[in-house]
Ligand binder design. Structure first.
Ligand SMILES: Cc1ncc(COP(=O)(O)O)c(C=O)c1O
Length: 462
């Protein structure tokens, strides 16, 4: 494994010189905010840049630099930053004197739930405010419905900081095996089982051994913290069959994938229907909205009238009127324009991933983008990671592969490429991120120039 220390030091020095106002602002922020941020994913070395404006594909850094952004609101902003469609809908709502929380039922929440149910085939929906809460409630529902405690998830799977699934998120020396957080129940280690993504044999084995205890199997169809590698068709099929056979529930966490590949859950493209699905990000149109959607008999456990009900009940700001308005505007637009939006997004994604591999190859550097799988998702994908495998034949099929420093140069992806591209005015996460409809051909071409500048620099490092 190559040591990048000297290279990183130089990159960090240049970054500090390029974004001095953000450096000062970060120091200020650290006085009051833990680590100077409100989410660990927004923190990186030497300090995160801070912004004053965001529009379409770009954000403006404190010092005025415009940065092309592939983080796009934790991948929520499929129409780019602050799309006029949503902004105008919110302005209209406020102009009519409605929009801040009332705590009373209104028609916006019925309309959003109905649209979501119709688009996804769910029988019942409950709305809440974050993906973390949605996955927590979904697991509570599954436990109550099955009368079992064990939660099965995949290594590298992220379901928010939900204490019922906070194991095997971060990689340790031993792999994806540890409980990730202190402060949660000591029973988490026994109650959460972790299996390898896209490994049908391992999945069959864990169900053979523990199937009668498993309340649910929860996973992301394309794990956001695991390379956006799509589940193989065989893995998705096995997940559906095994949960059914053993009386467990299948929860698909579509917080990222929902409305990202089509105007529904990506499960539709797999031809699978989960028992429960969690949605978030895109469905809020940039506002805090999430949902659990699925089978009526399971969802009804949350009803006041259910015996021994599930208290899926927090949420002063659940179904916030402005959030409903934004979510409705977003879903209506995506549904009405599905045929134009998704093929174009996927084509941009496929072109960009191919282009990135090419610019590195042209400089003699092996780079492999993950995020697509023509067999599992022939329609393509607008998400991606950039990986630097140590060998041409390194398999990149699961989070275990791309986070393993003995298989891929993780420091190069997570640290050097991140800062190297920011020096060129491009913000990526895990080497790339999410493409929005506002990333024009010109933006993508400019992005490839940035990757090429970094590749050139890396080559010169020897
Ligand atoms: C797949 C998945 N599930 C759940 C969550 C948690 O959502 P939130 O950050 O809205 O709590 C995320 C957030 O990144 C996610 O990617």
């Amino acid at each position: 494994m190559k040591n990048h220390e000297a290279f990183l030091t130089r990159l960090y020095q240049e970054y500090e010189a390029k974004y001095p106002r953000s450096r000062v602002a970060h120091q200020e922020a650290r006085r009051v905010l833990i680590d100077g941020v409100s989410h660990g994913a927004r923190l990186f070395e030497p300090f995160p840049f801070r912004i004053t404006a965001a529009c379409g594909p770009w954000v403006r850094e404190l010092g005025g630099a415009e940065i092309i952004d592939y983080w796009q609101g934790h991948y929520a902003n499929i129409l780019g930053h602050n799309p006029p469609l949503i902004v105008e809908a919110l302005q209209a709502e406020l102009a009519r004197g409605f929009g801040l929380q009332t705590g009373l039922p209104d028609e916006g929440q019925t309309a959003l739930a109905a649209l979501l149910a119709q688009a996804t085939g769910a029988e019942k929906v409950r709305l809440t405010t974050s993906g973390t809460l949605a996955t927590m409630y979904a697991i509570m529902l599954a436990r109550a419905f099955t009368g079992r405690d064990v939660v099965l998830k995949v290594g590298g799977g992220w379901h928010g900081a939900n204490p019922l699934a906070l194991k095997g998120v971060a990689r340790t020396q031993a792999g994806f095996t540890a409980v990730d957080s202190t402060g949660i129940s000591k029973s988490a280690d026994q109650e959460i089982l972790v299996t390898r993504f896209n490994d049908v044999e391992a999945l069959e084995e864990v169900f053979r051994r523990r199937g009668e205890e498993i309340a649910c199997f929860i996973f992301e169809p394309c794990p956001g913290g695991g390379g956006f590698i799509p589940a193989t068709k065989a893995f998705m099929r096995a997940a559906r069959d095994l949960t059914q056979r053993y009386g467990a529930l299948l929860i698909l966490d579509e917080v990222i994938t929902g409305f990202r590949y089509c105007a529904s859950g990506v499960q539709k493209l797999y031809g699978v229907q989960a028992d429960l699905t969690t949605f978030g990000k895109i469905i809020g149109g940039g506002m805090p909205v999430s949902a659990v959607a699925g089978r009526a008999d399971v969802m009804e456990r949350a009803s006041e009238s259910a015996p021994r009900r599930v208290w899926f009940n927090g949420g002063t700001f659940a179904a916030h009127p402005l959030s409903m308005r934004a979510g409705l505007a977003m879903l209506e637009y995506l549904i009405a324009n599905e045929g134009a939006i998704y093929p174009a997004l996927a084509a941009k994604g496929d072109g960009l991933r191919r282009g990135i591999e090419r610019v590195f190859a042209d400089r003699g550097i092996l780079a492999r983008c993950t995020g697509a799988d023509a067999e599992a998702l022939p329609a393509g994908s607008s998400l991606g990671w950039v990986n630097f495998p140590l060998r041409e034949d390194t398999p990149l099929t699961a989070p275990e592969d791309i986070t393993d420093p003995s298989l891929c140069d993780v420091t190069l992806r997570e640290k050097a490429l991140k800062i190297g591209l920011l020096l060129e005015g491009v913000n990526v996460v895990h080497g790339l991120g999410a493409i929005s409809t506002e990333h024009t051909e010109g933006t993508l071409a400019r992005t490839l120039e940035a990757y090429d500048a970094f590749a050139k620099r890396l080559r010169a490092e020897g």
